[in-house]
Design a protein around this ligand. Structure first.
Ligand code: 13P
Ligand code: SF4
Length: 373
């Protein structure tokens, strides 16, 4: 088995010219202003009204502000992981989707429903994995490995998806790569090195890797996690696979955001340590009022700089901007129509594969022999 790692040049992130900023390493993002209870209630009323008027539905990720999660559910939308966001947006009858999350989620929704309007609260809400995988370099990487099936994580641009054979999210990556490996296919994986490495360890697949990382999950620390486990010996450790290998090694369950939620809801334990973005805590705590959730540590007590374990780009989504884009139609996601059909292929493959898996149908016929070994 061969495993290689590309070295990426440092990506420059641009600092927005307006608004307050929050720095997480190189990433700069606008932080929405804190709202009073009265302002929040007013924005929510306005959004409820506009959703009806505009035939729109909210699609929110678990990491965005609790108000955007609760309002999505209350108004017939969804709060979910990135896989279910894509499926829900594709299947819902509404003409307008308001996607609270990061840019790749809005682009995926647009690729799957080019005829719908897809609005996002802030178009600058991106992802370090997407930023760290520019299409030109990624294309050259693919050209250097023509014998490999190209599997990319959902957290990528539309152009990168258009170079891929398969799209995966963290909730289906293991099943899809295992099916490819069973067919003898060799894999080119991008961009998250921790998730890719986890999949390679679990499946034994032959994978060459892009060297990307999530700036949030990359910060979880195994040594500190061991200490926290000693403080709470009964606690089960639930870890998102974008985390480093030594953190994953301490997990009782490794899963996507929905996998973590499912484990917390179904496991026979009262205490949990959670290694993922702390936006997840809202749903974990509301669905499990009798259980206790601790955030996994991002640095030791003596550290001078501790990561907050919250994605700076997810934090850019706000009630005020949801109301504004619904009212004005601003921030509509555009994807180059010329690449939509090609970018859609790997997404459709993933959705068909996961739908079959869920309903217990055979998946072998859904895995074409691409990148012939
Ligand atoms: P999920 O697919 O698990 O929701 O993850 C998306 C993401 O961006 C995690 O950081
Ligand atoms: Fe990207 Fe990490 Fe933010 Fe998820 S949490 S959107 S992977 S930077």
């Amino acid at each position: 088995m061969t495993t290689t790692t590309t070295t990426l040049k440092e990506v420059d992130y641009e600092q927005p010219t307006d608004g307050a900023v929050c720095a997480t390493r190189h990433a700069w993002a606008r932080v929405p202003a804190e709202l009073s209870a009265h302002e929040r209630a007013q924005f929510k009323d306005k959004i409820r009204r506009l959703l009806k008027e505009k035939n729109a539905v909210m699609v929110s990720h678990y990491y965005v502000h609790p108000d955007l999660q609760d309002l999505a559910e209350e108004t017939g939308g969804i709060v979910s992981d990135s896989l279910e966001m894509a499926r829900f947006g594709r299947d819902h009858a509404a003409q307008t989707l308001v996607v609270s999350g990061v840019r790749f989620m809005g682009e995926t929704a647009k690729i799957l429903s080019p005829g719908k309007t897809v609005l996002m609260p802030d178009l600058d809400a991106t992802c370090s994995l997407d930023l760290g995988c520019p299409i030109e370099e990624f294309s050259a990487f693919c050209d250097a490995h023509p014998d490999r099936t190209v599997v990319v994580y959902a957290n990528t641009s539309a152009a990168v998806k258009a170079r891929a054979d398969w799209l995966v999210t963290s909730s289906c990556a293991l099943d899809i790569v295992r099916a490819l490996k069973d067919q003898g296919q060799k894999i080119l994986w991008a961009p998250d090195r921790h998730l890719g490495d986890y999949i390679r360890r679990e499946t034994g697949a032959d994978m060459v890797m892009w060297n990307g990382a999530c700036i949030v999950h990359d910060e979880f620390k195994a040594l500190e996690l061991e200490l926290l486990k000693k403080e709470h010996p009964q606690a089960k450790v639930l870890v998102h696979p974008e985390s480093p290998a030594d953190v994953i090694a301490l997990a009782d369950v490794v899963g996507s955001t929905s996998g973590i939620l499912n484990a917390a809801c179904t496991m026979d334990a009262r205490e949990f340590i959670i290694a993922t973005d702390n936006g997840m805590m809202h749903k974990l705590r509301t669905l499990n009022p009798g259980k206790v959730f601790y955030e996994a540590p991002t640095a030791g007590n003596s550290a001078t700089c501790k990561s907050c374990a919250h994605c700076p780009w997810m934090a850019m989504n706000s009630l005020a901007d949801v109301a504004r884009v619904l009212e004005t139609g601003a921030n509509a996601i555009q994807v180059d129509p010329a690449i939509i059909p090609r970018a859609r292929q790997p997404i459709d493959r993933m959705l068909a594969f996961t739908a079959a898996l869920k309903s217990g149908q055979p998946v072998a016929g859904l895995v074409p022999n691409i990148g012939a070994a």
